[in-house]
Design a protein around this ligand. Sequence first.
Ligand code: ADP
Ligand code: ASP
Ligand code: MG
Length: 476
Amino acid sequence: ELDTKPRPAGNCGPFLFNHLIQNIKMKILKFGGTSVGSAERIRSIAKLLPTNEPCVVVLSAMAGTTNALIEITKDAMSGKMLNAIEKTKNLEDKYISTIEKLYISKTYRNRGEEFITDAFQQIIRKLIDGFSDKDSREIVAFGEILSTGLFHMHLTEQGKKSAYISALRFMRTDKDKEPDYYYIEESIERTISSNPFAQVYITEGFICRNSIGEIDNLGRGGSDYTAAIIGNALNATEVQIWTDIDGLHNNDPRFVENTSPLRSLSYDEAAELAYFGAKILHPATIQPCRVKGIPVLLKNTLQPEDEGTLITAFHNPQGVKAIAAKDGITAINIRSSRMLLAYGFLNKVFEVFNQHRTAVDMITTSEVSISLTIDNTENLNAITKQLSAFSSIDVEQNQTIICIVGDFVANRNGYAALVFGALKEIPIRMISYGGSNNNISVLIDSENKVKALQALQGIVDNSTEINSELVTQTIN
Ligand code: ADP
Ligand code: ASP
Ligand code: MG
C-alpha cells in the first residue's frame, strides 16, 4: 500500500471567505513537467497561484521522472535489477539536490529529505520483492507523488494555506477505464470539505485507482486530463493548463519553424487537434470541460504575461487554422470477397472492430473495399483473422494522420485545392473530407510527416484577430 498520508499540514488558519459555505467556484491550475522541473521553476509557479480565491493545483511529475521510472520498471521486469537500482539511486540524488535548493529552513530541508528517502525506500522495496505489472504502476505513480509533496511543503514553508489531497483518494476509473464521475465528485467534495480553510488544494495529476482499487494512471500526458476531470467534478470556473509554450500553436513547433499561438479555439477544434497529435493537450482533456462549458486556458509558465490560448464554445471562422500530426497509425484495407459490396458488409466490418473495442479514426470506401485506420494495434491479429473470414486484408504500418483544422465551408471555396496543392509532392494514402466542416485529414507514410507539416505551414491563415466581444459573450 502506498503511503499517501498528507505531508506536513499547512498552517490553515481561518480563511476569510469559506468558499464551501459561500459556494464559491474554483479554478483548476495544472502545471506540467517542465513547470515543476527544478527548484527554481517550482518557486516561480508558486507565485502564479491566485491570491484572492481558493484554487485546486494539479501537478505532473518533474520533467524526465516518469520516463526514468518507466525505464526502471522495464529493467526490473527484464531481470536487470542492478541497473534498476542504480537508476533509482541516481533519480533519488536528483531529488535530494532539488530539496537543498528549494527549501529555506533546515526544518523543511529535513522534512523534504525524509519524504524523499521514504519514497525511494518504498520504490527499492517494490523492486526487490518480486515484480508485477501492479508494482510497476505503483512505482510510476511516485513521479507525481514526489512533485506534489515537494510543492505542498514549499507552499507551507512560504506560509500559504495549502492542503494536500491525494488523487488516490478520489480519482477513480471504472471497468471501461473511463472516469467514475459519480465517485470522483462525491469523494473530492468530501475531501475538500474536510479541509475547508485551505487556499490551495494540491493534488497529483495522471495517477488514479482503477475499478478494482489498484493504483493505475490515465495514460502518458494524463495530468491535463486529471485537471479537466476535477474541473468537471467541481464545476470549476476555469481549467488552466500551464506548460512550457505560449498556447496551442498553429503547427507542431517541434518540426516546423515560425509557428504561432492561436488566441482562441473552439472545444471541437481543440479536441480535434489534441486527438490528432498536438502534444500540448492530452487528447481526452476537452470533453469533461466541454460538457460543463468550462473554459480551458493554455498558459506559459516561462512567460506568464502572455495571453495564451483560450478554448471555449466560441467558434471563430478563419480559413486554415492549425495542423497536427498523429503517428503510429495502422491502415487496414478490407476487400469484400464477394464481388459486390452487399448491404451489411460495412456492418460486418465494424462489428469486428466493436468486438475488439478498437476505435477507427479514418475511413474511405469504394464499391468493393474499405480502408480504415486504427492506432491501437493490441488486437490487430484477432481483428484481421476475423475479417479474413469474409474479405481479403492488407495491413500497412508506420502511417501518420495529418489533421488540418479550419473553417472549410465559410464564404470561400477552394480549401481542398489549397491543402492538396501544398501536399502535391507527397504521396497520399487516404483522404477524409466532409465528415465535419472543420477538418480535413490525410493519411501519409510517417517518413513524409515533417515534409507535409512544413509544406502545410504555407497555407495556414496567420490572421490572429479574434472577436473578443463574441468570446466574452460565449464565456458568460
Ligand atoms: P507538459 O509537460 O507541460 O504537459 P508537454 O510536453 O506535454 O508539456 O506539452 C507541451 C509541448 O507540446 C510543447 O513544448 C511543444 O513542443 C509540444 N507541441 C506539439 N504540438 C504543439 C502545438 N500545436 N502547440 C503547442 N505545443 C505543441
Ligand atoms: N508524468 C506523466 C507523463 O509523463 C503525466 C503528465 O506529464 O501529464 O506522462
Ligand atoms: Mg503534457
